[in-house]
Design a protein around this ligand. Structure first.
Ligand code: SAJ
Length: 433
């Protein structure tokens, strides 16, 4: 890849990371081919449209497709740089499944030529990039692979995790620092020259195993810290304390920064990636494993608190506010809020209403319950209990005057001005916390 010529780039996997990456690389002037196994995804992108929701992504994709810089296909083709951004789920025993990475590597191997760079971006257990290299070496004995030859290798292979926040993906893809881990330092330098084309943040080079671990550590760090906040909230419920007040005061210490309790941890990253570390070192990870348990346990704590409140007020209708896994997004997968709401709907039937500004209908698992999707105004008018599960801006904006007569169980701490109604709550339940 000559420094003055833009490389041809192939992005494998056009999901939440692959598609924005492909579009941003195309915007930098590279010719980009996006590969996906779904012909629906490929056709949608080739029309200049998108199949996922992300701020400003539709306009960007439309623009680069219209300018002929981004094309999608189900068929692999030669390129200079290959970026693999496919899912790495875990199985029922929390063991990481890298089969999509290896399948992508197999497809890439068929079209590789000397001088190419292969970069893995998928969150992966430590050692995956080396496994990918070994696979390519087996499939293409004609190409010298890094770390397996004493001569100058024909290929460069590196790991560079994404660390973007859903809802801010385009901004963070450009501005966040990146860790670039090469199988060898030369591989890292090759990958660095690619990221320099579109990343404004600092690109820090390292080895592939350190870069793999870095990604897992970032999300495990967050999970452990959220677990601390969630555990505090359960302790506070038991002691009859207001957890928000305790955290607010403790965070005035210059070296204390407690995160925000919630109904549990959702999404596809923070609740998943810590298991990759636990799986790699099961005997050495009691803290990381326990944090996962605390965060999953918080969902059940919230369910039992909500059930007690609803059961104690049989005359009142109930609104569950939010289904998304976090604020201001339309992603309901792996969402504690959705699990809480559907559990309450199954138990209390038509008393349960759901407000979710990002949904046009209730998810399938509500079928068979008599729960109804209503808007926030109807909820405020027609229900007596509000259970805050997501901190959407729409809910935060409800003034105290419009909810003062409601019993509120606020799992996110969005309405700290809510009048206390402790006398109405069952023992142990501190309303509005
Ligand atoms: N949450 C809390 N309390 C908090 C912060 C978050 O309960 O104080 C909950 C959220 O409500 C949500 C979950 O945690 O259910 C995760 O939300 P998030 O916004 O913290 O993170 P994600 O999953 O959207 O994105 C994370 C980010 N990782 C870190 O912040 C270390 C992002 O930078 C990663 O790129 C992304 O995972 C990923 O793809 O791995």
């Amino acid at each position: 890849m000559k420094s003055d010529v833009k490389p041809a780039v192939c992005v494998v996997g056009l999901g939440y990371i692959g598609l924005p990456t492909a579009a941003i690389v195309a915007r930098s002037g590279c010719q980009v081919l996006g590969i996906d196994v779904s012909s629906h995804v490929v056709d949608t992108i080739n029309r200049g449209e998108i199949h996922i929701e992300e701020v400003d992504l539709d306009g960007l994709v439309h623009g680069v497709v219209a300018r002929g810089l981004l094309k999608a296909s189900t068929a692999m083709a030669p390129a200079d740089v290959f970026v693999i951004a496919v899912p790495t789920p875990f199985d029922k025993n929390h063991a990481p499944d890298i089969s999509y990475v290896l399948a992508a590597g197999e497809a890439v191997a068929k079209v590789l030529k000397a001088g190419d760079t292969v970069i893995l971006e998928s969150t992966s257990p430590v050692g995956t990039t080396e496994q990918l290299r070994d696979l390519i070496a087996r499939l293409r004995p004609d190409l010298k692979c890094p770390g397996l030859t004493s001569e100058t290798p024909d290929l460069s292979i590196a790991y560079c995790p994404e660390r973007v926040l859903p809802g801010k993906i385009l901004e963070e893809l450009t501005n966040n620092d990146r860790s670039i881990g090469g199988i060898t330092p030369r591989c890292a330098r090759k990958a660095l020259s690619f990221y320099k084309l579109f990343v404004r943040g600092e690109c820090v080079v390292t080895d592939s195993r350190s870069a793999e671990m870095t990604k897992l550590v970032e999300n495990a760090y967050r999970d452990v810290n959220i677990a601390f906040a969630n555990e505090l909230s359960i302790v506070a419920d038991t002691m009859g304390l207001d957890v928000w007040e305790v955290i607010r005061l403790a965070n005035r210490h210059p070296r204390v920064n407690i995160l925000t309790p919630g109904p549990g941890v959702g999404g596809h990253c923070i609740a998943v990636d810590p298991w990759f570390i636990v799986h790699g070192a099961p005997e050495q990870t009691p803290l990381i494993r326990t944090a996962r348990g605390v965060n999953d346990g918080k969902i059940h704590h919230v369910i039992s608190q909500a059930e007690a409140l609803i059961a104690a007020h049989p005359d009142k209708q109930v609104a569950c506010l939010g289904l998304a896994f976090k604020a201001n997004i339309d992603d309901f997968r792996e969402s504690p809020a959705r699990l809480v709401a559907v559990t309450l709907a199954r138990k209390f039937g038509s008393r349960i209403k759901v407000v979710e500004p990002y949904a046009s209908e209730l998810p399938k698992e509500f079928a068979g319950t008599s729960a109804q999707l209503i808007d926030i105004d109807s909820a405020l008018e027609s229900t007596g209990i509000l259970i805050v599960l997501v901190d959407h801006d729409q809910f935060k904006a409800v003034p105290v005057a419009e909810r003062a007569r409601h019993l509120v169980y606020d799992t996110r701490g969005i309405w700290l001005d809510q009048p206390k109604a402790a006398e109405a709550a069952p023992a142990g339940l501190k309303l509005a916390s």
